[in-house]
Write a protein that binds this ligand. Structure first.
Ligand SMILES: Nc1ncnc2c1ncn2[C@@H]1O[C@H](COP(=O)(O)OP(=O)(O)OP(=O)(O)O)[C@@H](O)[C@H]1O
Length: 309
């Protein structure tokens, strides 16, 4: 659905995208994760043809829309008819009701009066705002506003939804509600690409995560696979029964002696068989061996730290 290749965007001296490459496949919920200023909004704005990168390629729905500084306007317009976009920090007309808001947006997409009324009802039910359909938006909570913005993005029944930081500023209930709506989109066969700098937003809901740091993608995979690739950093916490210290000389493992019988070991692969052998050969016994799989949070922070420059 989205293929970005070696995209470069400079704002004066600031290198916002430094050869960004990423792929979003049909039916995915793709979490575009990165710290503040990493280049997420720049990538999204480029995908929508709203800013001019200097180099690279962008394909949408398998058609090239951008190459080396130029958009193919015809293809871009065609692609955008199939995209729903929710910008970061978007504002609503506070003095209008959700019905009026969706009516105006529907009209701008060329929907007839009947279509607009039908679509508004479907969408307001979907985002759980039907009861509030005739209330002024100005009185809404942040969560209600975000859900209305999402309904707005869905007005043209898009195949691809692009959401820039949609959950920022929501409370836990708001986040849970938003995640549910996103999951429902996937069930309907839609593809969702959304950015966040908060890890908890992408965990649970995304099947694929791309991590951008300083304008480059540093990892792109399923959450499980990203964690697996960090298995080399897995730590084993070992409890031994021994009357003398055990030596791990000759291994390249990182050993931290917590006490005479307790060791924390970090190793680049699954070393469980070797640990057994070493300990056994020195007359000691393993009482407990715990594997410490890193959380996505740790993986993310590590990626950010490693690529900070
Ligand atoms: N219009 C602009 N003019 C100059 N520099 C800009 C402009 N827009 C963004 N930048 C810079 O480009 C870099 C990437 O910004 P971008 O907004 O794409 O990051 P982001 O990952 O979306 O950040 P956030 O999570 O804070 O929204 C940052 O250093 C930012 O300051």
């Amino acid at each position: 659905m989205i293929e970005i290749e070696n995209l470069v965007k400079r704002y004066g001296d600031v290198m916002a995208l430094d050869g960004l490459t990423l792929t979003v496949k049909k039916g995915q919920i793709y979490g575009f994760l990165g710290p503040n200023g990493a280049g997420k909004s720049t990538a999204i704005l480029s995908t929508l043809g709203l800013i001019y990168p200097q180099k690279g390629r962008i394909r949408l729905f398998e058609e090239e829309v951008f190459r080396d500084g130029k958009y193919n306007e015809k293809q871009l317009i065609k692609a955008k008819a199939r995209i729903g976009y929710m910008p970061e920090n978007a504002t609503l007309w506070e003095f209008l009701t959700p019905m009026q808001t969706l009516d105006i947006i529907g009209e701008s997409f060329g929907l007839s009066r009947e279509e607009r009324a039908k679509r508004a009802r479907e969408l307001l039910e979907l985002v759980d705002l039907w009861e509030a359909r005739d209330k002024k938006v100005g009185k809404f909570s942040k969560g209600m506003k975000q859900r209305l913005l999402l309904a707005q993005a869905l007005i043209n029944d898009p195949d691809l939804l692009i959401l820039d930081e949609p959950m920022t500023g929501l409370d836990p209930t708001g986040i849970a509600e938003f995640k549910n709506i996103i999951l429902r989109q996937k069930k309907e066969g839609k593809t969702v690409f959304f950015s966040s700098h908060i890890l908890a937003h992408v965990e649970e809901v995304c099947d694929t995560v791309g991590v951008i740091v300083r304008g480059k993608l540093r990892a792109e995979d399923s959450i499980d696979n990203i964690k697996m690739s960090f298995l080399k950093k897995v730590g084993y916490l070992i409890l031994l029964e021994t009357d003398k210290p055990v030596s791990f000389d000759g291994t390249d493992w990182k050993i931290e002696k917590v006490s005479e019988t307790k060791y924390k070991i970090t190793a680049p692969s699954d070393i469980r068989p070797e640990i057994n052998e070493i300990v056994w050969n020195q007359g000691a016994k393993i009482l407990q061996l715990m594997v410490r799989v890193p959380s996505l949070e740790e993986v993310f922070l590590e990626l950010v730290e490693k690529n900070k420059g």
